[in-house]
Design a protein around this ligand. Structure first.
Ligand code: EPU
Length: 450
């Protein structure tokens, strides 16, 4: 994995966007970040070659590659194809420096434990959007017979007995956590007997992981429903698997089309993964039509109207699209209420949107948005990945120039965003650290990665 990406401390580059542009044309949607990350972890289950296709080139994907490499796994990347060979896992301990940079890397605990009977993974800690504990992962692994204790900030998990195999169990998740469902599903593929996950997460990325594991020979039923049944097998085999398109990236471009009252098309997409986003875009006033089974077109309706949004586990409205939709609601006529129920601290973009002339008030986990006729470009700071996308979307509709700092957040989750927007006709430029002196900037707030 030869890519290098700037660390938060080094990231002094800014993105300047000139707003009030009208977008036109077609945008190609990349592979899903959150699928790619967990499928990469899932490749640890397999002692043979695995080929992953449609893997986006993102900072988070590079970091996950570094974690796998630190465990002794071999990775080769060419374009969007990533070959992983985990025939040899020489390390059961994931390094703190890497896990602390990418929460998703905690997910290696399930496959490493299933393969080796031992895994040591540092607690990833909280992040910009919330505390994000891992108690559901830990309790599930304990139910499968692992001895798990947390010492000096590291989760130590062992399986006792001569076979060192986890045991199938019936596990009820108190909350349908995406990560816990994925950890436990991966762990259960190689366990002795049947595991039943009740109240499992139903997100498309969970289904993608299940399909990848099935391609490797795992026996999994019910992924995408609240009950997933996994019958453990002794070992898995090589697979060639393509990651699904990124529904959050697709939704971000749909919002970009809506806020600029433009007509654009996007593919590949899986429209069923976008049901909640499409319903809200239609309620706000955008017209969305399927061009083909995997291509959507958005075009302007009669103005933008306020609507209420509450984030929920899938198939509810996704928390990962909340910030971008809030940007859209800032210029939608009337009062909207956005309620964030998944993460406890995911409204930090409000202050930045208000700097751009939005009228948003926050009370607890509710934001009340009073639509304004227009936003005005301003220097703003991205506080997390989806917040940065919201600022980009807002900048497209704002009068004048917006200068966005904290681009390491954006680069974690959006492949070639600058180029994709430029192709749609947006005027923008990225200035690297040493050329930013001419730019009016607000102080950078150091934020832990999410
Ligand atoms: N939670 C617990 N205990 C646990 C696990 C989760 O209390 O053991 C809580 C979390 O603190 C949170 C809620 O449950 O309040 C939901 O967390 P979940 O486990 O579902 O999220 P995740 O697996 O940590 C993934 C995505 C997130 C996305 C969420 C929800 C990856 C790598 N990350 O996180 O993506 O927001 O599911 O859909 O898959 C993003 O892409 O911007 C992003 C943050």
């Amino acid at each position: 994995m030869p890519e290098t990406h700037s660390s938060p401390e080094e990231d002094k580059s800014v993105l300047q966007i000139w707003g009030k542009s009208s977008l036109k044309g077609h945008v190609t949607i990349s592979g899903a970040k959150n699928s790619a990350l967990v499928v990469m972890a899932g490749a640890l289950l397999c002692p043979q070659d695995c080929r992953l296709r449609n893997v986006p080139s993102l900072a988070d994907v590079s970091r996950m590659g570094e974690i796998l490499a630190s465990l002794g796994v071999k990775l080769t990347r060419q374009g969007d194809v990533l070959d992983i060979n985990a025939s040899y896992i020489g390390q059961s301990t994931a390094p703190y420096e890497l896990v602390s940079q990418l929460r998703a890397s905690f997910f290696v605990i399930g496959p490493v434990l299933a393969r080796l009977g031992v895994a040591r993974v540092p607690l990833p800690g909280g992040c910009a959007i919330g505390a994000r504990p891992v108690d559901l992962h830990v309790r599930g692994l304990q139910a499968m017979g692992a001895d798990v204790h947390i010492e000096h900030g590291t989760v130590n998990a062992y399986v006792k007995g001569p076979s060192r195999r986890l045991k199938g169990a019936k596990i009820y998740l108190d909350y349908p956590s995406v990560g816990a469902t994925e950890t436990l599903m991966m762990a259960a593929t190689l366990a002795d007997g049947e595991t039943i996950l009740e109240n499992a997460a139903q997100e498309p990325e969970v289904i993608d992981l299940a399909n990848f594991c099935r391609a490797m020979g795992a026996k999994i039923q019910g992924a995408g429903t609240k009950t997933i049944v996994i019958s453990g097998v002794p070992s898995l085999h090589s697979a060639d698997y393509a990651i699904i398109p990124d529904r959050v990236e697709a939704a971000t471009f749909l919002v970009a089309g809506a806020i600029t009252q433009s007509e654009i098309s996007l593919s590949p997409v899986i429209p069923d993964h976008l049901t909640a986003a499409i319903a809200k875009l239609r309620a706000i006033g955008a017209l969305i039509t399927p061009e083909s089974p995997n291509c959507l077109r958005i075009s302007p309706g009669h103005g933008l109207t306020a609507t209420d949004i509450e984030t929920l586990p899938y198939p509810g409205f996704p928390t990962d699209m909340q910030a971008q939709f809030m940007a859209l609601l800032t210029v939608s006529e009337g009062d909207s209420i956005v309620t964030e129920t998944v993460f406890e601290n995911r409204l930090r973009h409000v202050a930045e949107l208000n700097r751009m002339g939005a009228d948003i008030r926050v009370k607890g986990n509710h934001a009340v948005i009073r639509g304004v006729p227009t936003l005005s470009g301003a220097p703003v700071v991205a506080t997390d990945l989806r917040a940065s996308a919201a600022l980009v979307v807002a900048a497209l509709a704002a009068e004048g120039k917006t200068t966005i700092q904290g681009l390491h957040h954006l680069d974690r989750g959006y492949e070639n965003l600058d180029t994709k927007l430029q192709k749609l006709g947006v005027k923008l430029q990225r200035l690297q650290g040493d050329s930013t002196t001419e730019v009016e900037t607000a102080p950078l707030t150091p934020i832990a990665p999410n």
